[in-house]
Design a protein around this ligand. Structure first.
Ligand SMILES: [Zn+2]
Length: 218
């Protein structure tokens, strides 16, 4: 899953208005922001295998430190702990922990059984929505659109930038999503790592949007 995770980040604003959209994105996409680092360090492994599932040409051979359920719970606790230490807001911290965990749950629905529960134990899970391209697009599109809807209901642009930056990002993510579906498989593991790392720019974009919008209502 890709844009669905950003949908979850957008939706987070409805629950707590304190964290910036950038922080919400960082949480909901956190383990996919770590994953390219582990790939490039050769700690985790992926193979390009067109047809692995109908939706993705990637075979997630091993990613216990970014994508096992146990690791994700630890990352979520760490993320929330640091936020609480800085902002002293329990509700937002719990929301961020839930968003980190939401990534694993959405991946669990979409991936074939390649998600480990605990590092070192060979039990892997996944419901395999990716075996169907139309159902994947439907489900992921719904989560993405619902998140945007909630974010727009909860915030108001305070200037023109607050509108352009938001819709610019929505268009950008949609184009990437479509080109991932219809484009050729990635040329190698290293490019996957660098493209993955570039997702940090989407987090920065989230902060940029949030600076130009304010929460409407209490
Ligand atoms: Zn993931």
């Amino acid at each position: 899953m890709f844009i669905g995770h950003f949908g979850a980040g957008f939706a987070g604003k409805k629950i707590s208005k304190l964290p910036s959209l950038g922080t919400l994105f960082m949480a909901s996409q956190f383990i996919d922001l770590l994953w390219p680092v582990f790939l490039l360090l050769n700690i985790e492994h992926v193979k390009i295998d067109p047809g692995n599932t109908a939706f993705t040409p990637l075979d997630f051979v091993s990613y216990p430190f970014s994508h096992s359920l146990f690791a994700v719970i630890v990352w979520g606790a760490l993320f929330a702990g640091i936020y609480y230490w800085v902002k002293k807001d329990l509700k937002s911290s719990l929301l961020l922990a839930a968003l980190v965990l939401s990534h694993w749950i959405l991946d669990f629905i979409t991936h074939r059984p390649d998600l480990p529960l605990v590092p070192g134990i060979d039990l892997k899970v996944g419901l395999g929505l990716w075996n169907s391209v139309p159902f994947t697009i439907l489900a992921e599109g719904f989560v993405f659109a619902a998140g945007i809807f909630l974010y727009i209901k909860t915030t108001k642009a305070i200037n023109k930038k607050g509108i352009y930056t938001l819709w610019g990002l929505i268009a950008f993510l949609t184009v990437i999503y479509i080109s991932n579906i219809i484009g050729p498989p990635p040329p190698g593991v290293e490019p996957i790592g660098y493209i993955g790392l570039s997702q940090w720019l989407i987090v920065v974009w989230g902060y940029w949007i949030d600076r130009n919008r304010k929460s409407s209502g209490p």
